[in-house]
Write a protein that binds this ligand. Structure first.
Ligand SMILES: *Cc1c(COP(=O)(O)O)cnc(C)c1O
Length: 453
């Protein structure tokens, strides 16, 4: 098979998969998983035919996929992929651009500049901010936090690049008690020391309680949340950010999915004041429904991010705002292309409608669960529904049975020390009929839960 036939073959298989997306099991069955052992071959000494490799990928791989790109997946905030974002990514794959700077790829550079501008526009963040496209909110968070610490030290006269951390003035990190694990990972990887990270107590909804915020100062990095991962709630930004500003602290916002609430006029008030922060991270692969992987690090002072992330070399100079000088990667594909494609095709109204639709469906889901006597633990201000049965064991059993059915997927959770299950509406494919089906299935399974104790 020549190159074009091979690509056509892959496209046919991909089309077949996509056409059947709502009909397969949502999580693969034991047989499909056992068959993955077929991949466990010895590395061939002599290469095998490309067509055979593709055939194997489809035959063994396809049945073992998780249908997170389908309508019945409510796990985490995974998100599906919008057709245009997936299609643009396919074309970009043929281009195989290294999107580090205009020297490597004028087209990637041009599109990512537009995509970055549009991201600031739709999220209504300060227009001159730097936007770095990265792999994930985790990686983008590492960039932002590294830049923040370097800048807090610089303001105290400490040259972090030359001297590192040995003997440096201490920099404090204050995080929400419900901080996402990946922010803790970023802090740990960067050497903040988990025992030294200060936890801000939260209210019943998982938002930082301003009355109990640890004192802030000019050596503090305050990490806030736009969209708590269980409840979908938002920290009270106006109050917290005003205090941080007065103290000279740096405010970083983890808005992996929740920042997109800002693109929808009805949910925008939840994010009030978030634009006062210094840096933000958000994902494209979650709520914007671009394919994995793609995320953005956004920094109000472009020079701060650019100074921290610069990767110029004698053989590879580029403007300070080139992507390789704003993020962790030196070489990467153009993650801004599917973002550009999604935003251009949805437009401002389309993004608002996507967010609103998911919030409405989450409310519908919560109401439907309640009608079956299932306790909904959160206020459902966004697209997250956190629920439980009367006891922990029954709650876990329900989640496990739902997943075993192959008709739906959502994950277990833990909220205020009690077992819960967590459902997130974040696939453009999910419609009211899917949510109604989910409610009926969960309602039926809830009646079969073990005797309540
Ligand atoms: C998913 C998520 C992250 C991490 O994002 P990745 O893109 O998976 O690295 C961080 N914070 C919150 C609130 C999330 O939901």
């Amino acid at each position: 098979m020549d190159e074009l036939e091979l690509i056509a073959d892959a496209d046919r298989r991909a089309a077949r998969y996509t056409a059947g997306i709502g009909t397969h099991r949502v999580f693969p069955d034991a047989n499909a998983i056992a068959a993955l052992a077929g991949f466990d071959e010895a590395l061939p000494a002599t290469g095998l035919p490309a067509s055979d490799t593709l055939e194997r990928l489809d035959a063994l791989g396809t049945p073992a996929t998780v249908a997170s790109n389908g309508p019945d997946y409510y796990g985490f905030v995974i998100g599906a992929s919008l057709p245009v974002a997936a299609a643009a990514d396919r074309l970009a794959l043929a281009w195989d651009q290294c999107a580090s700077s205009s020297l490597n790829s004028p087209v990637a550079d041009a599109i990512e500049r537009v995509a970055g501008r549009w991201v600031l526009d739709i999220l209504d963040l300060p227009r001159g901010s730097a936007v770095s496209f990265g792999t994930s909110a985790t990686a983008c968070g590492i960039s932002c936090i590294a830049a923040a610490r370097r800048e807090l030290l610089r303001r105290q006269g400490w040259d972090f690049d030359a001297r590192g951390l040995a003997g440096s003035p201490p920099i404090r990190a204050v995080v929400s008690d419900t901080v996402h694990v990946t922010v803790l990972k970023a802090l740990r990887v960067l050497g903040f020391g988990l025992d030294r990270v200060e936890r801000a107590p939260v209210d019943a909804h998982g938002r930082i309680d301003p009355a109990r915020l640890p004192p802030l100062d000019a050596s503090t990095l305050l990490c806030l949340q736009a969209g708590e991962v269980n409840t979908g709630e938002f920290d009270p930004f106006p109050d917290l950010i005003a205090r941080a500003r007065a103290a000279g602290a740096w405010v970083h916002v983890d808005g992996a999915f929740g920042l997109w609430a800002r693109a929808n006029p009805r949910t925008r008030p939840l994010t009030e004041g978030v634009d006062g922060a210094d840096s933000w991270t958000t994902d494209a692969h979650k709520w914007l429904n671009t394919p994995y992987d793609g995320a953005m690090a956004i920094c109000r002072e472009p020079g701060v991010l650019a100074a921290a992330m610069n990767a110029d070399a004698a053989y590879s100079t580029a403007s300070a705002d080139s992507q390789k000088n704003l993020g962790l990667e030196f070489s990467r594909r153009a993650r801004g292309i599917p973002v550009w494609a999604a935003l251009r095709t949805l437009g401002r109204e389309g993004v608002a409608a996507l967010v609103e639709h998911h919030c409405q469906l989450a409310s519908r889901l919560a109401e439907g669960l309640r009608a079956h006597g299932i306790e909904v633990l959160n206020r459902v201000v966004l697209n997250q529904v956190l629920a439980r049965l009367d006891d922990d064991e029954a709650t876990r059993a329900l989640q496990a049975r739902a997943v075993d059915s192959g008709r739906i997927w959502f994950g277990p959770g833990l909220w205020q020390g009690r077992a819960a299950f967590r459902m997130s509406v974040s696939s453009w494919r999910t419609r009211a009929e899917h949510v109604d089906r989910a409610i009926a299935l969960i309602g039926e399974l809830a009646t079969q839960a073990p005797a309540r104790g």
